[in-house]
Design a protein around this ligand. Structure first.
Ligand SMILES: [Zn+2]
Length: 319
């Protein structure tokens, strides 16, 4: 049986019908509404439209925020406040006639990579998505780590620098505050002030620097831009070392726009990982690029959809 995965973002809803083999059979996109009722009818409408003509056993929504997985509710979603507190299983179940569950978007993406992407050949996977923020998901022994309330796996919010920059979560020095696209942009603005003659400094005199500018200029070998990426990579490696020591993963998969920096970011990260993590995990762990791109949320959510009796609709194929 197929399942529907719905990736709900601050600006758009993307829904897809996914086969048990992980094939995306149909996809529909709509803008996200910002009032409760319009949001609910928008999500329900997207599900009904995408599943038209397909046999579907269940739906899972991937939402950016703190999810109470057992209650199928979103506790807090910074860019999507209208969805907070809605009993989504009941509200959307009644409108679509399908079993509905909810998952954090990064957890869903990690599950997508585990089932169909960079981690399909392993049982112990960590996914880190480096975008505007830093998302994370942990799969251990083939099980998605959620914790007691469903809010676990927030790898972007481990502290890596005690008195570091303020993070969106309210804490200081989170991995997200030091290695995300926005953190790289912020650090680039500071470095540019101290090196006005660098390409980074000259661009900063014209306009506000963003994370992408650093990637561009680093590829052109501007030393100031390279230094900003080396710093971010070092923070990332400190995070990786903690993940390796705690979870002993076979693979750390890296996704998101910032991951396009490749070795400019990952070389310092690998170095830091080697220095700070324990043997033999540090020799065995493999850092790979995520392979599903922007569709990891839809694919992972579909693979987390549950049927009437609570079983995964897209069952794990035992070889
Ligand atoms: Zn944080």
């Amino acid at each position: 049986m197929n399942a529907v995965g719905v990736d709900i973002g601050g600006t758009k809803i993307a829904a897809g019908v996914v086969s048990p083999e992980g094939e995306l059979l149909n996809e529909v996109r709509r803008p996200t509404a910002d009032t409760r009722e319009q949001l609910l009818s928008g999500i329900a409408g997207t599900i009904m439209e995408v599943k038209e003509g397909y046999e579907v056993g269940g739906v899972c929504l991937a939402v950016p925020g703190y999810i109470l997985a057992r209650e199928n509710k979103v506790l807090r979603a910074a860019n999507l406040e209208a969805i907070e507190g809605i009993p989504l299983k009941e509200e959307l179940g009644a409108r679509t006639g399908l079993p509905v569950s909810v998952e954090n978007d990064a957890n869903a993406a990690a599950w997508g990579e585990f089932r169909f992407g960079a981690g399909r050949d392993v049982e112990h996977l960590i996914l880190i998505t480096l975008g505007t923020g830093v998302g994370g998901g942990v799969i251990s022994h083939g099980v998605l780590l959620r914790g007691a309330r469903g809010t676990g796996g927030e790898l972007g919010h481990i502290t890596v620098q005690a008195a570091g920059p303020r993070c969106g979560c309210g804490n200081r020095g989170c991995l997200e505050a030091l290695a995300s696209g926005s953190a790289i942009g912020r650090r680039a603005r500071e470095v540019a002030e101290g090196s006005p003659d660098s390409a980074l400094g000259r661009l900063a005199a014209e306009r506000t620097l963003a994370g992408e500018d650093v990637l561009d200029l680093a590829r052109k070998r501007d030393e100031a831009a390279l230094e900003v990426l080396r710093e971010a990579g070092t923070w990332l490696g400190i995070g990786f070392a903690a993940f390796v020591n705690v979870f002993d993963p076979e693979v750390i998969a890296i996704g998101g726009g910032v991951s396009e920096a490749g070795d400019l970011l990952l070389e310092p990260a690998r170095k830091e990982l080697r220095l700070r993590s324990s043997s033999p995990s540090r020799e065995l762990v493999e850092i790979r690029g995520a392979t599903l791109g922007a569709r990891s949320g839809i694919l992972g959510a579909a693979a987390l959809a549950r049927g009437e009796s609570g079983e995964y609709v897209l069952e794990v194929q035992v070889p």
